[in-house]
Design a protein around this ligand. Structure first.
Ligand code: NAD
Length: 500
């Protein structure tokens, strides 16, 4: 009998076995093979991780900025070196295709590169002579212990949104990755140790509600970064802020793409199909609603034809465009929502239910699914489906399209496809959504900008990575200084000597 490996905790620089009695299986979603067992940590184990992070903080905050940055310079090199191993681990535990898995790692790697060059963003401000002989300056200091709680759908990118930026700024960190795919974050934690992060600067715990609540309640944690669903994120935000912590919570989505009839048809429809069905729709930036304006409503058959060409298969197969959903429960939920859409009167143009992949009969596959004639009151429109389901909506004008999007409770990402600069500018100006793409389907910003979100897609003012997260992970101290020195005041000082 083969032993199933256990996922370790990282506490104070050591990879240690959990002492909890509650464990879950980490399962390959294409085959149902158990890859590992992950502990559901107790509050006591979270407390040990926080204690290690707290003990490491004084020395780490006083480590030179450039020395801290060099750790992340080494980490980015190690991630590049181990890209294929990281991507194949990610595909096995999460299900997405190898190409998507490499993209997941790469988008996180970009944040590590940015962390390695963060020095100038941490600089404060200085004003000379705010009063006679008085100067005022503001310095940005790290907060202390910060924590991150991450979702299953980007097990490399989202942990890398968090700990590199928090730690390079002088904080120490406790990461709680998704219990559904913790193997990739653990490989990243191992690489971070090899890159030279001192013991206790990064710690990793695992688990569900008990571990998350312990993070929300622990008095030594100063800030929490959360990415995940609205339901859990709202709980974390409320509980964490009630306990006096800074909390940033990036939440769910229902992203719309607007197609004007003048759009470059070939490119726009290819972009739509990739963004709607890629990663089996399990992206917070997936385009799940296409708003067809005017004559663009005639494009429905072409959208369906393109979707039919996508190949559904296990993520590590060369012929795969779309992998499985994360769990059998996720598959069941998506299929039930499709049934609901049919019952509510939407037209099922393409049905991906009961999709069979030869050789992977037990995989959680759902094929590309398209509904037309979708109305705002239908469940398939109101809920975040988080599967390969595209809803088509028809309107007459750009104004109607913008009003339609702004009436949706979410505001994560959106895109417009057009050749009109004026239409694109009007859209970018009036749409109430965090990330806007102009002929770009998934406009996730590069790390020198910040990821953001509007309305129901975000709680808290500041987004992950970029300049916003520098403000999130630091607090400002303002110093007003006046110096009295008898020798200088009387003009008797010998500057050559005093400079020595
Ligand atoms: P989730 O909310 O179920 O899980 C997120 C984290 O919360 C995980 O670490 C999980 O262990 C923990 N958790 C789950 N249930 C909990 C509970 N009852 N109490 C306390 N903690 C709990 O999210 P998910 O299913 O892993 O990820 C998908 C969701 O994340 C989607 O809604 C997606 O839109 C969203 N997401 C948003 C962004 C963004 O930037 N806005 C990015 C990626 C994913």
């Amino acid at each position: 009998m083969t032993m199933i490996p256990t996922v370790k905790l990282l506490i104070d620089g050591e990879f240690v076995e959990s002492t909890t009695s509650e464990w879950r299986d980490v399962i390959d979603p294409a085959t149902q093979t158990v890859l590992a067992r992950v502990p559901m940590c107790s509050a006591e184990e979270v407390g040990r991780a926080v204690a290690a992070a707290r003990a490491a903080f004084p020395a780490w905050r006083n480590t030179a900025i450039s020395e801290r940055a060099r750790v992340f310079l080494r980490l980015q090199a190690l991630i590049r070196e181990h890209m294929e191993d990281l991507a194949s681990t990610l595909t096995r535990e999460q299900g997405k295709t190898l190409a998507d898995a490499r993209g997941d790692v790469f988008r996180g790697l970009e944040v590590v590169e940015h962390a390695a060059a963060v020095g100038t963003l941490q600089m404060g401000e200085f004003a000379e002579n705010v009063a006679g002989g008085v100067d005022t300056y503001a310095i940005r200091q790290p907060l202390g212990v910060c924590a991150g709680i991450t979702p299953f759908n980007f097990p490399a990118m989202i942990p890398l949104w968090m700990f590199p930026m928090a730690c390079v700024l002088g904080n120490t960190f406790v990461l709680k990755p998704s219990e559904q795919d913790p193997l990739t974050p653990m490989k990243l934690a191992e690489l971070a140790q090899r890159a030279g992060l001192p013991p206790g600067v990064l710690n990793v715990v695992h688990g569900g509600p008990e571990a998350v609540n312990a993070i929300c309640d622990h008095p030594d944690i100063k800030a929490i970064s959360f990415v995940g669903s609205v339901h859990v994120g709202t709980h974390v935000w409320q509980r964490g802020t009630q306990n006096g912590k800074r909390v940033q919570a990036m939440l769910g989505a229902k992203n719309h793409a607007v197609f004007l009839p003048d759009a470059q048809r070939e490119q726009s429809l290819n972009a739509l199909v990739g963004a709607a069905f890629g990663a089996a729709g399990q992206r917070c930036m997936a385009l799940t609603v296409a708003v067809l304006v005017g004559q663009a409503r005639e494009w429905v058959p072409e959208i369906v034809a393109r979707a039919k060409t996508l190949r559904v298969n296990a993520g590590h197969e060369a012929e795969a465009d779309i992998g499985p959903l994360i769990t059998p429960h996720a598959k069941q939920r998506v299929q039930q929502l499709i049934e609901r859409g049919v019952a509510e009167g939407a037209r099922l143009e393409l049905d991906g239910r009961n999709y069979q992949v030869p050789g992977y009969e037990r995989g959680n596959f759902v094929g590309p699914t398209i509904f037309s004639g979708v109305k705002p009151e239908m469940n398939i429109y109101r809920e975040e489906i988080f599967g390969p389901v595209l809803c088509l909506v028809e309107v007459d004008t750009l104004d109607q399209a913008i009003a339609f999007i702004n009436a949706n409770p979410y505001g994560n990402g959106t895109a417009i496809f057009t050749q009109s600069g004026a239409a694109a500018r009007k859209f970018q100006n009036e749409v109430d959504v965090g990330q806007v793409g102009i002929n770009v389907p998934i406009p996730v910003p590069v790390p020198f900008f910040s990821f953001t979100g509007s309305r129901g897609s975000r709680l808290g003012d500041l987004g992950p990575y970029g300049k916003e997260v520098v403000r999130f992970y630091t607090h400002t101290k303002t110093v007003t200084a006046r110096w009295f020195d008898d020798a200088v005041t009387s003009g008797q000082v010998n500057t050559t000597i005093s400079l020595r």
